[in-house]
Design a protein around this ligand. Sequence first.
Ligand SMILES: [Zn+2]
Length: 404
Amino acid sequence: MSYLVLARKWRPQTFDDMTGQEHIVRTIANAIKMDRVAHAYLFCGPRGVGKTTAARLLAKALNCEQGPTASPCGTCRACIEITSGTSVDVAEIDGASNNGVENVREIRENAKYLPQRDRHKIYIIDEVHMLSGAAFNALLKTLEEPPGHVKFIFATTEAHKLPDTILSRCQRHNFRRIPAARMLQRLKQICEAEGAGISDRSLSLVVRQSEGGMRDALSLLDQVLASCGAHPTDESVAEALGAIDRTVVQDFAEALVRKDARKVLERVEEIFNRGLDLKRLAEELALQLRHLFVTKAVGEAPAELAESEQKALLALAQEADSAQLARLFDIVHGCVWDVARAAQPRLALEMALLKAIQLSPSSSIPDLLAKVDRLAQGLTAGDGAAKSQSGASGGRSGPSNFRV
Ligand SMILES: [Zn+2]
């Protein structure tokens, strides 16, 4: 049997399996139970978060031989055919390539006839925002008075491109990006079932690169397994994803907080020599400093990171001061664009990082004020004493007190 990519192999087959879209699953399951299924649904949201999967599940829920039911059996003819995309009564149409008025007219003509075998005729139109204006007008007529046996499920990443007349005739559901912690959990389950030993640290890198889309996450996981085998090191995973190893990024953050200019320059050279993208490094570093600042502000590290990373962030946040972190972030985040368009990205990055080290205060304003206060008190208290003391000791302590 040919290899089935993870995204297809692990496509949810029940509503309960859908990660991160519980708010939608609940509404739809209730509608089915109460026999209040709308005649047109609009599923909106970023790509790869489960819109088409949910559309197929809804089709199965409506047409399952045991249904209509919120938990379709998955084994009857209707369920099996919908899963494989061969059902006679469920049409999956790609709106991008069937966007003309003649395509919609064909749907309208067909919709008049009763379903061939199952309960409903269901039209799933993906990327529905790509339809032409005339096609939308033709569709509108059907949406206004749909035959009872017809259901429409539209999916789109760009709901704002749909005419209001269409929007107002659909029941709209907004799909969310899948929260990082949930996605990490799901990837761990899948890795376990697949017999792959990938560390949490590497999986959270996959999660971050997928930006909340499960399909992208699973494609990246495929890529990792294909290029590094089932038990890859963190470094090889980072390399396979074209990313920079998290430990390197954390090292950078430490060097910046500790004002270790030598280490920063050495690390930049290392990355440069390995041929990695310096703009990417600047972006990763800005993100790491953001995590550090958040950790400092809320007292705990972001949950989507691996445990070891969280520990490292917490420890480093203790060493740093909020004002310093804010400044570091400003400078590093500000340099991403400069590094991207610089004739010599390495120089731009080095200068920005050195500036960050030199210019970030190591004390906050309240700390500074407290120091000034102490200094002022010392001066008043020392007024009388200074006369009796030798000038030399006063001269030594003065400037050192001013160092901040
Ligand atoms: Zn079934």
